[in-house]
Ligand binder design. Structure first.
Ligand SMILES: NC(=O)c1ccc[n+]([C@@H]2O[C@H](COP(=O)([O-])OP(=O)(O)OC[C@H]3O[C@@H](n4cnc5c(N)ncnc54)[C@H](OP(=O)(O)O)[C@@H]3O)[C@@H](O)[C@H]2O)c1
Length: 335
């Protein structure tokens, strides 16, 4: 049996459980033999070493946030180690908040799970944005997998593609990696809203991180750039990414528009110049980057043999849940 332990039961964690339930027939048909044995939130866990039934999972989906440990199979304040030792999972799925410090729950949960022999699938960017090499070393020395397709352009499997292009002469990677800031800029350049109005619209839609600075000051995009660079084999650290905030840039946005270009908040990795940055840049209408609007993401990979341009959905709980389940299945299939 493949025993899944889910850490984090918010938007993404719940979407993951709903997706597993909605795909139960396909999962059975393909003999994946997948059971969820534990769900952890910030107050404790619910556990069933035999695997939760469909009824249990529906019941858990109906609990309020922070309340999985108050359910019938709940254990308040149980430590993660004890929860692992009771449930013996082989795959831990991490959907805890991305926190950019070494105190991040995702880092602790990943390291603890690896040390207890579990493969990892994460949507939380912090373990990789802050400790990419350590996580890969910890997993490979134990012959375990560490999968993270959900961390960058979750709705578009860009990480799979990047991890398959080995020894290509990549000169530059450039991308719109943050959907919320792209939404704001689309509202400004296409719908003629002021920056403040566009920001208010993004807030009203709930598409900004709970701390909007993570989007507006480029930390979210920088974390993704770090994950992309390391996936391609470059040892980039988050503090090496130069960031310009998108706030207080009305003059620059106006000047880009005056030049008949479209402002985009992009991440750029230039390997020959050794530069990594998040900045506001103008693109002519002839450039496909200028047409990537609203919450869509895009990435352009320039190499000596090809220019690859991929546009697709970035984040969103359902898209992210699909990326998580796809990584879980890859582990089950031994990929
Ligand atoms: N939302 C998206 O579209 C999206 C897309 C791609 C990636 N991501 C990433 O996916 C992760 C989850 O996002 P989300 O939107 O689901 O966040 P969320 O709704 O805030 O849920 C976070 C969950 O983590 C739990 N949690 C917090 N601290 C914990 C700890 N120390 N130990 C165990 N559980 C803890 C929370 O517990 P309580 O329920 O008790 O509060 C909550 O259940 C984030 O890292 C995010 O960056 C999100």
């Amino acid at each position: 049996m493949n025993r899944i332990f889910l850490c984090g039961f918010g938007n993404v964690g719940r979407a993951f459980v709903k997706l597993v339930l909605s795909k139960k027939e396909l999962i059975a048909k393909r003999n994946y033999d997948l059971k969820i044995v534990g769900i952890l939130d910030s107050n404790g866990a619910a556990l069933d070493a035999k695997g939760f039934t469909e009824e249990d999972l529906i019941g858990l989906l109906n609990t309020r946030r922070g309340e999985v440990s108050s359910t019938e199979k709940g254990r308040k304040k149980i430590s993660f180690e004890e929860a692992l030792s009771i449930t013996q999972p082989n795959i831990v799925v991490i959907a805890t908040p991305t926190v950019y410090s070494k105190d991040s729950p995702g880092i602790y949960l990943s390291l603890t799970a690896l040390r207890n022999g579990c493969n990892i699938v994460t949507a939380d960017k912090s373990p990789l944005a802050l400790m990419f090499k350590d996580m890969m070393m910890e997993s490979s020395k134990r012959n375990l997998k560490f999968k993270y397709k959900a961390t960058v352009m979750a709705g578009t499997p860009i990480i799979d593609m990047l991890s398959q292009i080995k020894l290509y002469d990549i000169e530059e990677v450039e991308g719109i990696l943050n959907g919320s800031t792209n939404y704001i800029l689309s509202k400004v350049s296409r719908d003629f809203l002021s920056f403040e109005e566009a920001l208010a619209s993004a807030k009203a839609l709930g598409i900004l991180e709970s701390d909007p600075k993570l989007d507006l000051e480029g930390l979210d995009a920088a974390a993704k750039l770090v994950i992309i660079a390391n996936t391609l084999g470059y040892d980039l650290k988050i503090e090496e990414v130069k960031r310009t905030s998108i706030t207080n840039q009305e003059e620059k946005i106006k000047s880009i528009l005056k030049k008949n270009k479209v402002p985009k908040y992009v991440g750029i990795l230039n390997f020959s110049l050794g530069k990594a940055q998040i900045k506001l840049s103008g693109y002519p209408y002839s450039d496909p980057m200028s047409n990537v609007n609203d919450t869509l993401n895009a990435i352009r990979i320039k190499s000596s043999i090809n220019n690859i341009f991929i546009v697709g959905k970035g984040a969103g709980p359902l898209e992210t849940a699909h990326a998580l389940l796809s990584d879980v299945v890859s582990i089950i299939e031994g990929c």
